[in-house]
Design a protein around this ligand. Sequence first.
Ligand code: UDP
Length: 342
Amino acid sequence: MAWSSSASHSARIVVEGQDPYSLSDTPVKVHDDGWQIAACPVNGPAVTARGDTVVCLDDLSSGRRSNIEPLTSSSRFTFVEACVLDPIDVEGEFEGVVHLASPASPRLYLMKPIFTLRTGAEGTRNALDFAAANSARFVLASTSEIYGEPLVHPQREDYWGNVNCIGPRSVYDEAKRYAEALTSAYRSAVGTNAGIVRIFNTFGPRMRPDDGRVISNFVAQALHGGPLTVYGDGSQTRSLCYVDDLARGLVAMLDSDAEGPINLGNPVELTVLQIAALVLELVGSASRIVSCPLPQDDPTRRRPDISRAQGLLGWSPRVPVRTGLARTIEWQANELRQNLAS
Ligand code: UDP
């Protein structure tokens, strides 16, 4: 497939992803500095920054086509339905490759363990080969999961982690750890301008309400008036980053030559019970909280040290969790209304 960019100064970027992270709550967002971040939230994230031309590859295995529909009218955006396990087959020269592809929700990656491992291994290799062939900047979306059950808190990038390499979550954790190793090897052996970001829990509108993650679940449950399912005693912590902040961090990483790894996340740490209470308050729901079994190897504490992102990328999150949650609830409520009406 051939395509061209009308803006000669702009970059051409391939973004791969099927259900990694929400990238923005609005399909196309013009920022104060004139940048445009076109986003395909939960699936097939795309970044059309400053008029960049973007090809987004996604197999839609966990994502939704509706998330990218608002982008398809842009001449600078092309969507290609393709699987990350196949070599990337798009014509033209590219300056950037953002490799986000992978199931990211525990519920989804536990349903597809082999696929998840192959995505991290073969998928990352295909993306790196494509970047190398184009002499493109490559950004790997890695994850806080590579720290496993961390014994160091907050997590700094020089901490090597504590992962159960045969536990259920290993299909995701080890796949991403391998992807980091492969990316590092391409940097040293092939000379690829590759960088790694480790993304902590991210949320926002357009996440699938049924993807099984904590925000999608709690918001859906509160909106339906059902009980909120807290796993374990709810004392485990997560740090929640709003999607627009994450998107800004990814673009900053793409624009830099930083090697990383660099943590991207919001250091505000909340227990799962606090998250549940916040959702109930913002929805205005009287739903009760029920305790469910804690999944095996569910990390007890998670909070990023973001001093590296601040120093190297000038990046910090800006959107408070409350604000992000209110936007997410509004979006999910609209989605629910539309579903009921249809
Ligand atoms: N969680 C929960 N109830 C749910 C979904 C998740 O208590 O309905 C907890 C889960 O046990 C974990 C945290 O919320 O401690 C975050 O889970 P999520 O699946 O969103 O992502 P993770 O950080 O585990 O990859």
